[in-house]
Design a protein around this ligand. Sequence first.
Ligand SMILES: Cc1cc2nc3c(=O)[nH]c(=O)nc-3n(C[C@H](O)[C@H](O)[C@H](O)COP(=O)(O)OP(=O)(O)OC[C@H]3O[C@@H](n4cnc5c(N)ncnc54)[C@H](O)[C@@H]3O)c2cc1C
Length: 301
Amino acid sequence: MVVIETEAEYKAMQLFVQDQKKIGLNVTLLDTKQVREAEPYLDEHLLGAAYCPMDGQVNPIALTLGFGLAAKKLGADIYPNTCVTGMVVKGNRIRTVQSSQGQFEAEVVVNAAGVHASEIAKMAGLDVPITPRRGQLMVTEAVPMILRHVLISAKYIAAKYNPDLALKDGEGASIEQTLNGNLLLGSTREFAGYDKRTTVKKLRMIAERTSKILPYLKKTSVIRAFAGLRPYTPDGYPILGPVKGLEGFIIAAGHEGDGIALAPITGEIIARSIVRGQADSILSEFRLERFYPPSASSEIK
Ligand SMILES: Cc1cc2nc3c(=O)[nH]c(=O)nc-3n(C[C@H](O)[C@H](O)[C@H](O)COP(=O)(O)OP(=O)(O)OC[C@H]3O[C@@H](n4cnc5c(N)ncnc54)[C@H](O)[C@@H]3O)c2cc1C
């Protein structure tokens, strides 16, 4: 549920819901009464919420291990704790990946290194504009199940429809309850390099914003806080597919705050284009070349 706190957000969310419906998604706008019926613990100041019954919740760690196990069953070799340290490029083609566990010869190399994708690309002589965008989160003690849905505030989505609503860091609030009963409270969107520390200022902001939406939080203890780094690109879209001028090198990174949700479709289209030996047409809009003028697009430094 995308919860709405102001009139301006409400107007922006009406446009958002219209757009979602146009592409066939089952999204509705709930009014204050319907929001309270769906989530009785939410504060009365909320004006409504966008709701999509198809949305879901996953544990990203379990999901990643699941993908790993499935890949192993299909014959993949996985090398944990192995650091890629260099690439050998010969005649505009990737030949070898150097790592802390030795060298690997490869016809195709996929750079799916998240916020570190730009470092890996540099080893192959490429400039890839992916930078870390920090997100801080707090975790509360386990409490009885008080939420039925994942909640995010409309601030972030509404900002895309109404530039006046755009906050400097694009920060809204998110609240979700895990199966164990802990509440995950987020989040920030900050450029702080690779610094994964949390800050008192931002944690205080998260506490204020989330407890305004869910007053129950005021009597709930926080047991820990942490930060993660999202792989940010300047236009907000991931960088996917082969790179002109460097054969055998494929990028699948830069999904910022949507990389868990977009993992399956990314895997599918990247695998398809490797197996077919030609890039899927859907990839054309996501290629690295969009960041460089045509004359420089195929340059390898
Ligand atoms: C606070 C927060 C909230 C988020 N919420 C959501 C959400 O609700 N929904 C959603 O879809 N997404 C969410 N995301 C975003 C999501 O976590 C990322 O988009 C996603 O993890 C990116 O996946 P990835 O596989 O590209 O990169 P990663 O998951 O970062 O994986 C990259 C891998 O490459 C490895 N690597 C890096 N360098 C090297 C090297 N030199 N050698 C070998 N291996 C290397 C790393 O160890 C890592 O295992 C959130 C992120 C944050 C921080």
